[in-house]
Ligand binder design. Sequence first.
Ligand code: 2AM
Length: 195
Amino acid sequence: MASQERQGKRQRLFVALDLPDKIRDGLTAWGEGELIDPGLRPVRPESLHVTLVFLGHREADEAAAIVEAVRNLSAPPVLMKLEDPISLPRRRRAAVFALPAPSPATTDLHHGLVDKMVTAGLHEDDGRDFWPHVTVARVRQEGRRPRRPTAVTRRPGDLPDPLKEPFYAVRLTLYRSELQPGGARYVPLAQVELS
Ligand code: 2AM
């Protein structure tokens, strides 16, 4: 899949807010103590982000137009904060652990970005509610058919207080997601500093 995508075929794209290094480092240190259940696959430090718009699999010409559109964006700094981890889906066995990131500025940015992309013919709004969050770990699958998430007995504990202080997201990045055996790798294609 990844090599096919690199050969100019379809690319899996999304736009995200990047977290400041201090927050990424803090989350990484927290994860080293808390994301330790063998059933968990912690997200790589460089892959921690808040997805703003998921664009799905796109042809090379569309991807080029999206890169151009993102390069021409400008956005003010975005204030956000993180909350203690929750698991999803809510009433079934955990498949992912994520930190809610409630932030009116992020929600405004999401809607503004969706409007621009839709107007430019680069995206179709799926109408789903936007839920800003940082995914910190995915749960390994077990069994063959049906596959289901491994039971996680050592659930991640709460964040330390300094990681729950508000902070500004540093940039907006268009990523290509390359699916690999060890987990997805995200390649930045266009970046906009928020200032
Ligand atoms: P997640 O963190 O909630 O899993 C790359 O896969 C990024 O795009 C991830 O942040 C992921 O969100 C998000 N993503 C993947 N599929 C998506 C979908 N169908 N709708 C919205 N976001 C999606």
